[in-house]
Write a protein that binds this ligand. Structure first.
Ligand code: SF4
Length: 687
């Protein structure tokens, strides 16, 4: 709406940082952002965190990419769109001709809109002809999705953020919720403080939620499946399992119970290094809670058993009847603003939009009819496999949007080697990221404030954002760039607004069937699945689970050891994650002056015991070395970590944490085992 003073404008938008999905009005004058004003967003009411409130200066930062860049030897030169797009289209076409469509990979941004993502996966599938399509949930949340697919059928939060506030018991595992999902954490803090909600936190680190918890315990990293399975067995053994619920709603109980034989509380106490009494106490609280929500994040998923541990959480929820009611359920906390949406819209190597398998002939025919092409019938490669395929000589080109793989994937050196060998790399982004250094063509995209579209938050909530600012310089919305590439490769797409993209996707995608821009006008939102007449589902499972007979499934599990753990040479366990003020690798928040000023430095947290053992104090420089790489950083001594566990934010002054992390991955999804890294620490002379 144009306000009385001509040039002051307020525009409704959705936060571009985490997956909570806070929405608010943003007041602008010209390109100046005057203020952020949350009115009554469905996820956040009138709250935001520091990033949502103050984290916007990056959109006007002098380092924004304003023109396409084309590599010339070791440097880049600026180019006009026409030249850059023609080069990209002709080179991709040529590689397709020479090596086949599967020699090309498409990596889609989980920060861009659903509409941006939809056209990009369509480019991969319908124009290039490959299912080599993926997004960054491969680095974080794919295991959570897998755990839920296996047991309840949909890869999404089973209730709403509101339910978390209503629950009698919240169990947080491997999530630094107060810093990573601050507004959601506020609901828990409030319910815990004011309404008697119980809070249990399982985490190696004593972060804010752990400090607040009624019970905090620290399982040995990589052993969560064991204590979770032992809890479940305890429910069966002590008559706490909800047998009526199980009989009516869950298949496979007999086989599952047999699979629990190994998982006694005594076994869990030993493997997880948690006192037996604590485990029993936790089990008793769970057994007696009327309703329980389990929140988890990368502390669970970024392990070789990430999918299995996520499955174990869902098994426990099924055993205790904590699905199908308000205040219950599974809440994998999505990292980026549109991680949920990127997977929903088909940025996956095995699924069309709405998790419809590419291997299903009937589904394929539906998309073939709609898109007027023949589609590839085999699953494609995920982004991890794409890099390995470069080394094998099978992957020749990658087109990547809004993804800084060099800073975000594990084992940065391996990824860099892959990019160096790649014949053609196109990176579409708002800044010249580390990954851009390896590109042949860099395309300047527009951030959220400069475009229209929808995001889908962690609670499956689809929300609309409106354009607050014009596109800066020659930068453009991602969907426009992708459409121009597609048309130069022979397609004939004519989208003029993202609403037309959603109008194409919705009828092809049962989960989004009733989603339209009209139904999302202003602050209106919809939580999928949305029926064609526009009815949505705040609680995901009310009348059935998402399997043909409507019943959920118990999924038996086995325990395997972590891929890396401390030994004589690498004697410390390295944990890593976000901090409140900065987002992931910092490409955006490092360019917000106010935020950067508050937290210019990074550190590695070490325990008072370790500091004493090495005779060092806060401010001391050290070198951390893993089996894969090494970096230099300052020490912060804090009781947040104990013993030989240390904690590193995702980005340090001397490089991202993935210099240290290795190539092991979750066995079911290829998500890197970021949280399984042993390092040693050398004290450096300088202080
Ligand atoms: Fe944005 Fe997440 Fe903060 Fe909300 S909690 S304002 S979505 S970063």
């Amino acid at each position: 709406a144009v306000m009385r003073e001509e040039r002051i404008k307020k525009t409704k938008t959705v936060c571009t940082y985490c997956g909570v999905g806070c929405s608010y009005d943003i007041w602008t004058k010209g390109r100046h952002i005057l203020k952020v004003e949350p009115l009554n967003g469905d996820a956040n009411a009138i709250s935001t965190c520091v990033k949502g409130k103050f984290g916007w200066d990056y959109v006007n930062h002098k380092e924004r990419l304003l023109k396409p860049l084309i590599r010339e030897g070791n440097t880049f030169r600026e180019a006009e769109w026409e030249e850059a797009l023609t080069l990209v289209a002709s080179k991709l076409g040529q590689i397709k001709q020479q090596h086949g469509p599967d020699a090309i990979g498409v990596i889609i941004s989980s920060k861009a809109t659903n509409e941006d993502g939809y056209v990009m996966q369509k480019l991969g599938r319908a124009v290039i002809g490959t299912n080599n399509v993926d997004n960054c949930s491969r680095y974080c949340q794919s295991p959570a999705t897998m755990g839920l697919f296996r047991t309840v059928g949909y890869g999404g939060d089973s209730g709403s953020i509101e339910d978390i506030g209503m629950s009698k018991l919240v169990l947080i595992i491997g999530s630094n919720t107060a810093e990573s999902h601050p507004v959601l954490a506020t609901r828990v803090k409030r319910a815990h403080k004011l309404f008697g909600q119980k809070l249990i936190v399982a985490d190696p680190r004593k972060h804010e939620m752990a400090e607040r918890a009624d019970i905090h315990f620290s399982p040995k990293p990589g052993t969560d499946l064991v204590w979770l399975s032992a809890m479940t067995r305890y429910m069966f053994d002590h008559g706490y399992a909800k047998n009526d619920f199980i009989a009516k709603w869950v298949n496979g109980v007999d086989d599952y119970r047999k699979s629990l034989d190994l998982f006694t509380m005594e076994f869990a106490a030993e493997v997880c290094a948690v006192p037996l009494q604590t485990l029993i106490e936790v089990a008793e609280v769970i057994a007696h809670a009327d309703t329980m929500c389990v929140l988890w994040a990368m502390g669970i998923t970024q392990h070789v058993m990430g999918s299995d541990s996520s499955t174990a959480i869902s098994n426990l929820l099924l055993t205790t009847g904590n699905y199908m009611r308000p205040g219950c359920g599974a809440y994998p906390l999505r990292g980026h603003n549109n991680v949920q949406g990127a997977s929903d819209i088909g940025a996956m190597p095995n699924n069309f939009p709405g998790y419809q398998p590419v291997t299903d002939a009937a589904v394929r025919q539906k998309f073939e009819a709609a898109w007027g092409v023949t589609l590839p019938p085999k699953n494609g490669m995920d982004n991890h496999q794409m890099i390995d395929a470069v080394y094998d000589g099978k992957m020749h080109a990658i087109y990547m949007a809004g993804e800084d793989m060099i800073s975000a994937d594990s084992n940065a050196n391996h990824v860099a080697g892959g990019f160096e060998r790649l014949e053609f790399l196109v990176v579409q982004d708002i800044f010249f990221t580390e990954t851009c250094r390896y590109a042949d063509v860099v395309l300047p995209a527009s951030p959220a404030l400069e475009k229209e579209g929808t995001f889908t938050s962690t609670e499956r909530r689809v929300q609309r954002l409106y354009q607050a600012l014009p596109e800066l310089g020659n930068s453009r919305a991602d969907w426009k760039i992708t459409q121009d590439i597609a048309n130069r490769m022979g397609a004939n797409w004519n989208y003029t607004h993202p609403s037309e993209i959603m109008a194409e996707m919705a009828p092809l995608t049962p989960l989004y069937a009733g989603v339209s821009f009209d139904r999302l006008e202003g602050y209106k939102t919809l939580q999928w699945p949305v029926t064609p007449d526009g009815k949505d589902e705040p609680i995901l499972y009310t009348e059935r689970f998402n399997f043909p007979d409507g019943k959920a499934k118990f999924y038996p599990l086995e325990y395997r050891k972590p891929s890396d753990s401390p030994d004589e040479e690498y004697d410390l366990f390295l944990n890593n994650g976000r901090i409140l003020e900065h987002f992931h690798e910092g490409n955006m928040t490092h360019r917000v002056a106010g935020i950067f000023k508050e937290t210019p430095e990074r550190w590695v947290e070490i325990s008072p015991d370790l500091a004493k053992e090495r005779d060092i104090d806060s401010g001391q420089w050290v070198r951390l070395t893993s089996r894969y790489g090494s970096l230099k950083i300052k020490v912060l001594v804090t009781a947040r970590v104990t013993g030989k566990q240390i904690y590193l934010p995702l980005l340090s002054q001397e490089g991202p944490v993935n210099v240290l992390t290795g190539s092991f991955t979750d066995t079911a999804t290829d998500t890197p085992a970021f949280k399984e890294t042993a390092v040693n620490m050398q004290v450096l002379p300088e202080k």
